[in-house]
Design a protein around this ligand. Sequence first.
Ligand code: SF4
Length: 64
Amino acid sequence: MPKRPVVDAELCIGCGHCAEVCPQVFALEDEKSQVIGPDNCGSCSCLEAIDTCPVQAISWEGGA
Ligand code: SF4
C-alpha cells in the first residue's frame, strides 16, 4: 500500500499552506485541511507540505 498523508484536524489551524503547496492532495474545508487526493502524492510536493505545516498536523499513514 502506498503511503498516504493524513491530517490531524485537532492540530490543523487552517492556514491553507498545504493546499497551496499541494492542491491535488489537500483542500481547505470549514477552515481545516482535508485530504482530497491521498493517492496523488508524487504529483506534487507532499513532503514539503508535511515538513512546512506550522503545527505538524500532517503525517504519513501506511506504506513503508
Ligand atoms: Fe492545516 Fe498544516 Fe495544512 Fe496549515 S499546513 S492547513 S495547519 S494541515
